[in-house]
Design a protein around this ligand. Structure first.
Ligand SMILES: Nc1nc2c(ncn2[C@@H]2O[C@H](COP(=O)(O)OP(=O)(O)OP(=O)(O)O)[C@@H](O)[C@H]2O)c(=O)[nH]1
Ligand SMILES: [Mg+2]
Length: 458
């Protein structure tokens, strides 16, 4: 292992806070700290994973910079697997910066973003997918996103990728052993079995690729378009779900002219609600643009809330709307139930591909049922997070897709009797792609790209 410099960084966000942490990792970490620390106990004599109370003092000027608690953690049982020191100081930016400057003066180098996690990876404590999950944990905006990232840190995705690699390696071994047999019968048998085993492996990879949809909505939110004729209450529904008056509501049809986006939290998953201009023939150019944006919102949506006014009968525009929406990602909602309280809506529910949720954006009746239906439709799979790993990062999805493509070529190649060498080359390419996910196969520039996205001090 190459000898790496000892590096230091401020790990807490800059600004006033109760506590700030200046962190250092590397062979010299404890020695450098001992130059600038004065306390009852000496840091170089501290037992591992203990705290020393004292002051950070500039040894040249004798100036005391801050009263601190220093945690001393000795290799290998640390975040980076190297010796580490964390100076817990007061949370003002000046104290933290002066302490950092002092550590740099005494031999530490400034840590680039993500350096601590990069070392945890390079020193073998975690693999690359686990290291990437650290950034996901830091940026998780909902409970569900945090859970997925935690599962990845604990190694659920890595374990699945490793097991896939091992099985591919076993098949590759068998295939290459097959090369040695001159007896054609044995070779044919091997090829058939190898094909069957590889197609099973490919199926598991495809499942992982499919989980990326769930991963994406967990981290970026579900794009949910509210659509319907003018005046059915789309903006009122947006406001009711947001619990504040965000969009303008009037009795004049065509009030909303541009799309409006807001985020709400449903079952721990962010829902990006998009209020749209009512679907109607446009009378001026602004309305025209508004309606074309509505069509765009529909085509990009993961989920559509299709709204009708239950106090009136359906008309041709409702029918046209119904035929233009994909039923598998649409929830039908009948609004204004306060106007027909206790009676059936005038709107003919038989037209709808699935039973509607009946609500009043005014009285909030039915909103809870609507949220439950949303959770059920889109998050059904996302909520059983514990059972199978979920792919969140685009990088992982791309590598899995390329591995799956290689195996498809292998399956076809085996069937048409393609040469062993070409076949094992494709199998190796699949192995390499999977290995890039966990970092078993990697290039240095890849690491630079990944860790550049991290916070300094992480
Ligand atoms: N009684 C009743 N009126 C409602 C309800 N929801 C909306 N309205 C009224 O219906 C009218 C239209 O509401 P909006 O929310 O502006 O409708 P919209 O679908 O956004 O309309 P456009 O932006 O013009 O397409 C307003 O006068 C609202 O007060 C409801 O649940 N009950
Ligand atoms: Mg509106």
């Amino acid at each position: 292992m190459e000898k790496k410099p000892t590096v230091a960084a401020i790990s807490t966000p800059l600004g006033a806070g109760a506590i700030g942490i200046v962190r250092m990792t590397g062979l010299e970490a404890i020695a450098i700290c001992s130059h600038v620390f004065q306390g009852k106990h000496r840091v170089e004599e501290a037992v591992s994973h203990s705290l020393c109370y004292g002051n950070i003092v500039n040894p040249d000027s004798g100036e005391a910079i801050d009263e601190v608690l220093v945690s001393v953690m000795k290799s290998p049982g640390t975040y980076t697997r190297e010796d580490m020191v964390e100076v817990n100081c007061h949370g003002g930016p000046v104290a933290q910066q002066k302490i950092l400057a002092l550590l740099l003066d005494h031999g530490a180098e400034l840590a680039p973003p993500g350096e601590f996690t990069r070392r945890a990876f390079l020193n073998g404590r975690i693999d690359l997918a686990q290291a990437e999950s650290v950034a996901q944990i830091v940026s998780a905006k909902t409970d569900a996103a945090l859970k997925v990232a935690m599962a990845q840190l604990e190694g659920s995705l890595s374990a699945e990728i490793k097991s896939l690699r091992q099985e591919i390696l076993a098949v590759l071994g068998a295939l290459e052993a097959g090369l040695d047999f001159s007896d054609e019968d044995i070779e044919d048998l091997d090829r058939e079995e190898a094909g069957a085993r590889l197609s099973q492996i490919k199926e598991r990879m495809d499942e992982l690729i499919e989980s990326a949809f769930t991963g994406r909505i967990l981290s970026h939110g579900v794009r949910t378009a509210i659509v319907g004729k003018p005046n059915v209450g789309k903006s009122s529904l947006l406001n009711a779900l947001l619990m504040r008056d965000r969009a303008i509501v009037t009795e004049i049809p065509g009030t909303t002219r541009d799309t409006i986006e807001e985020i709400i939290n449903v079952g721990g998953v962010p829902l990006k609600l998009i209020d749209t201009a009512g679907m109607a023939p446009a009378s001026d150019v602004v309305e025209q643009i508004g309606v074309s944006r509505t069509h765009q919102a529909v085509s990009e949506a993961d989920l559509i809330l299709c709204l009708f006014d239950g106090s009136g009968r359906e008309d041709d525009r409702d029918r046209a709307l119904l035929t233009s929406l994909p039923p598998e990602k649409t929830i039908y909602v009948i609004n204004k139930c306060d106007l027909f309280r206790g009676r059936l809506p005038l709107f003919n529910q038989g037209l709808l591909p699935s039973p509607p949720v009946i609500i009043s954006a005014f009285t909030r009746q039915g909103l809870r049922e609507l949220k439950e239906k949303i959770s059920h439709l889109i998050l059904g799979e996302a909520l059983c997070l514990a059972t199978s790993p979920i792919v969140v990062l685009e990088r992982h999805q791309r590598l899995l897709a390329s591995a799956s493509k290689c195996l498809l070529k292998v399956e076809q190649g085996l069937r048409v009797g393609l040469g062993e060498e070409i076949i094992s080359e494709e199998v190796r390419a699949a192995l390499a792609a999977l290995g890039e996910i966990t970092g078993e196969e990697m290039m240095d520039d890849l690491l630079d790209v990944i860790f550049r996205e991290f916070c300094v001090g992480k």
